[in-house]
Every structure is written in structure tokens, then in C-alpha cells.
Design a protein around this ligand. Structure first.
Ligand code: AVJ
Length: 330
């Protein structure tokens, strides 16, 4: 527990169950067919910076569309949810959360903010700015990996909760894992508590594929960055520049599939895993799924998790969804 000024604190949150290590995940993924790598390994400092750059590309609409929905409906959301505690999963820079905190400020709805993220320094830097900008706000940074479970999140019993899960990140989970994630969130909710979820929507293939394959090539760099992470962390020798970026929308699965395709055959050694793999020319490694939703698939997902959609804020043309949900009546 670090304490700098009573309004900004941080604490480590242990996972409910042991989380697979980078080595375990990579061994499992690269020895599978098709080979895969978990998207969580994109986000070293360079990867996080590249993602911020992706959000600035003209093609990648999700972040700015979600921010516009939060700016437009933040007040309504805060009025409706009236949170005493705001827990945000994967809070990152908390930049978009400011739309909700501005609404709290305008409505005199003081609350405590609980950002939950793996990057402690980013949370503490963002937290210091937030407590400076909002004199009534307390920030309790939760350091950990929320995919490891939410049972150890130290939220006080008293007080109404708003759980915030933005950025379309739920889309990176395959359907069973997405349901399990929502069920864990539902388990943290009592009557009167709410979930605010931001997800991307199914749309025309050209718009979706462009969003994941911008003309400037930023997403391609972001995608290849996972190989740099493996080279550094597992003493591997992936020829990073000899992989081509692919972003394909699979309409049946309603998801973008990002892949890396080998330009030529080669052997990769991963010294830390004492393993070598032979990659064929054109062979692909799946690096990320980004599932897209429709109003029906969203409703089905919430129903399965024991949640009810109470407010649904849609961007123009149904391009993006911000959903406010509560516990379903038993
Ligand atoms: C931050 C995980 C939601 O899947 O749209 C952006 C990451 N990948 N461009 C997404 C991402 C490629 C993004 N999420």
C-alpha cells in the first residue's frame, strides 16, 4: 500500500487463480495449430504507445466514437447510476473516464474511483492528475490482472457501485470467456449497482478491416510488436520485419482476426523455452480476435450473465454501443 496524500492510494490485487505466465502462454500458443499468441502481450511500453497512435489514425473509429458517447451521455449515466464507487477494468490512462468524473463533478455526485490495471505507474500518474483536477475525488489504484478474477477486489460493502469496462476490450475475449467475464462482474453487483460496457458493433467489412489495417501502417507495427516482446522476454529470434500484417473480418464469427503471416520459411528458436519451431512460408500466427456485436448478440450475452440492459446508447448508424446494465431480477 503506497500512500501519497490520502486521496491517492494503491494496492495489489491477487488473482483468484494462478495466471498462466508469458512462457506458458507462448509455449501453448506457438505449439498449437493454427499458432496463436495472446493479445495481452502487445502492451509493453512500445505497444501501449503504438495503441495510442492507432487511436489517432483516421480509420480506427472505436475510441473516439466511444469518447463522444461518453461526452454526450455521461451526465445521464451518472444521474442514473449515482455511483459511490466507480471500478474501472483495464483503466489505462483513464482519459475517457474523465467524461464520467466531469458529470459527477457537475452533479455534485462525489465518488471514489478504483482503476484496475496491470500498469501501476500509468495508473498512479493518471491518478495524481485526477485528484489534482477533482478536489472531491479519491483514487484507489488496484494493481493486477483483472482476467485473473474479481473476487479479491477490495470494494467496501457499503455504497452503490458502477463497474466500467470500456474500449471494446470485452471483444478480445472469445464468447465463453466473455460470458465468464460478465458473470464475474455480475457477481460484484448487488441491487442498484450498474455496469457500463463499451463495445464495437458489426458493420460493413471495409470499415472494419480498415480500422485494423490503417494506411499509415501503425496497426501493422503494433501487431509485429508482440514478436519484439517475445524476442526480448524469451530470448527468441523472430525476424520481426519478415512478417506481414493481416486483419480479416470473419462475418460468421463476427470478429476481426489479426494475424502475422511469414514472408518466408524459417526456424525460430526460443532459448528461454528451450524450444525451436519451423515456420513455413505464408504460415499465419493469430494474434488477436476483436469480436463485434449486434443488439441481439449483446442482449443474449447479458441475459446469459444474469444482467439486464437498462440503457443503450448507440452511436450514429449503430456504429458503437455504450450499455448500462443492472442485475436481472431472479
Ligand atoms: C483496445 C483491445 C479494444 O481490439 O479494437 C486496436 C486493440 N487491436 N487495433 C481492439 C486493437 C488493433 C483494441 N482493444
Amino acid at each position: 500500500m503506497t500512500q501519497s496524500g490520502r486521496r491517492l492510494t494503491s494496492t495489489d490485487v491477487a488473482p483468484e487463480r494462478p495466471l498462466a505466465s508469458l512462457a506458458d502462454d507462448v509455449r501453448a500458443g506457438l505449439l498449437s495449430r493454427p499458432r496463436w499468441l495472446s493479445p495481452k502481450y502487445f502492451y509493453d511500453d512500445r505497444g501501449s504507445a503504438l495503441f495510442e497512435a492507432i487511436c489517432a489514425t483516421p480509420e480506427y473509429y472505436p475510441s473516439r466514437t466511444e469518447a463522444a458517447l461518453l461526452a454526450a451521455h455521461g451526465r445521464e449515466i451518472v444521474e442514473y447510476a449515482a455511483p459511490d464507487h466507480m471500478l474501472e477494468l483495464g483503466s489505462g490512462s483513464s482519459r475517457k473516464t474523465r467524461h464520467l468524473l466531469d458529470a459527477c463533478d457537475a452533479l455534485g455526485q462525489g465518488c471514489t474511483y478504483w482503476p484496475f490495471d496491470v500498469s501501476a505507474q500509468m495508473m498512479l500518474d493518471a491518478g495524481a492528475e485526477l485528484v489534482a483536477d477533482y478536489s472531491w475525488l479519491s483514487v484507489h489504484a488496484l494493481i493486477g490482472d483483472y482476467t485473473g478474477g474479481l473476487a479479491n477486489v477490495p470494494l467496501p460493502e457499503a455504497g452503490r457501485r458502477l463497474i466500467v469496462f470500456l474500449g471494446g476490450t470485452l471483444g478480445n475475449f472469445e464468447p465463453p470467456a466473455a460470458t465468464a467475464m460478465l458473470e464475474q462482474i455480475a457477481a460484484l453487483m448487488r441491487d442498484g449497482d450498474r455496469l457500463l460496457l463499451g463495445v464495437d458493433r458489426v458493420k460493413d467489412t471495409a470499415t472494419l478491416e480498415a480500422a485494423y489495417d490503417d494506411a499509415e501502417g501503425v496497426t501493422a507495427q503494433f501487431n509485429r510488436n508482440v514478436l519484439r516482446v517475445l524476442n526480448r522476454e524469451l530470448d527468441a529470434n523472430f525476424p520481426v520485419q519478415d512478417y506481414s500484417h493481416r486483419a480479416v473480418f470473419d462475418r460468421d464469427m463476427a470478429r476481426i482476426e489479426m494475424r502475422l503471416a511469414a514472408d518466408h520459411a524459417h526456424r525460430v528458436t526460443l532459448a528461454a523455452l528451450d524450444t525451436a519451431i519451423d515456420i513455413e512460408a505464408g504460415e499465419e500466427i493469430v494474434t488477436e480476435f476483436s469480436h463485434k456485436f449486434t443488439p441481439d448478440t449483446l442482449a443474449a450475452l447479458f441475459e446469459t450473465a444474469g444482467l439486464t440492459i437498462e440503457r443503450h446508447f448507440e452511436a450514429e448508424g449503430g456504429a458503437y454501443s455504450l450499455v448500462l446494465a443492472g442485475k436481472a431480477n431472479p
